[in-house]
Ligand binder design. Sequence first.
Ligand SMILES: [Zn+2]
Ligand SMILES: [Zn+2]
Length: 327
Amino acid sequence: MQAMVLNKLGSPLLWTELPDRQPGPGQIRVQVLACGVCRTDLHVVDGELPGPVLPIIPGHEIVGRIDAVGAGVQGLHLGERVGIPWLGHTCGACAYCRMQRENLCDHPVFTGFTRDGGYATAAIADARFAFPLGEGGSDVSLAPLLCAGLIGWRALRMAGEAKRLGLYGFGAAAHIIAQVARFQGRSVFGFTRAGDIGTQTFARSLGAVWAGGSEDTPPEPLDAAIIFAPVGALVPLALKAVRKGGRVVCAGIHMSDIPGFPYALLWEERELLSVANLTREDGIGFLREAPAMGIVTETTVYALEKANEALADLRGGRFHGAAVLVP
Ligand SMILES: [Zn+2]
Ligand SMILES: [Zn+2]
């Protein structure tokens, strides 16, 4: 197999020839068909997340076809197309697993972070954490659903019944969730970097009723806001934009420090919360409902060996929607 490997934090990924791997008990091996590039991959490469296992193959938005099955695997078969997400394994025994909050498991394995991921021609996964994808939709179009879509979906559920929903940071996740929110009859307000007219136009093209800079005041107070951008300074801005009793959901895995702000921004029962990882239930629920929502993902395709270029373009905001690597 070949892979793009991170050997040292902060350094470029290296194209590497590796021996083929065999799935262990309960595992599957897939031939990677496409793998999305997530902002979390940038945090991994930059060393912003605690506990990476190096060397590591990043990538946790994997669309693959099963080409080897380990002992004891149930419910999946050779030749089946599956999705492999960030949550790679949970212990099943800790307090969080037992209270149906496996996203908070004390002993998790994360694809592309503590277990090799999908920036490769092949990947190994725990079969119980892979999602059957069926044959509808192209490999490339489905890849961004596996994290941007799933984490966005969890964040949207956390936002509650909000009719007027603000999305801060209009990248891969927001471009999917805007479509979901619109399908659900919500009004989407898109917030981008100040003056980023291109992304504001993109947000409107996906049905946002309003788009502007993150410092702008929306035309009406929001019921809730989801912050996808890894920028702590957005927290007080979003709190300012939501109505009394409104909710601000931080959907990213990493954020720069949140600056101090007057208590008045939080007062009147505004709520501030974060989303961590996903549960399998999130994945199954979202992937079951996604086809009916008519989600169209905007993707920029890169060859696997161009992964560093894709990451650099993500960092530089040089594409709309999501980047996807294809071996
Ligand atoms: Zn656990
Ligand atoms: Zn991700």
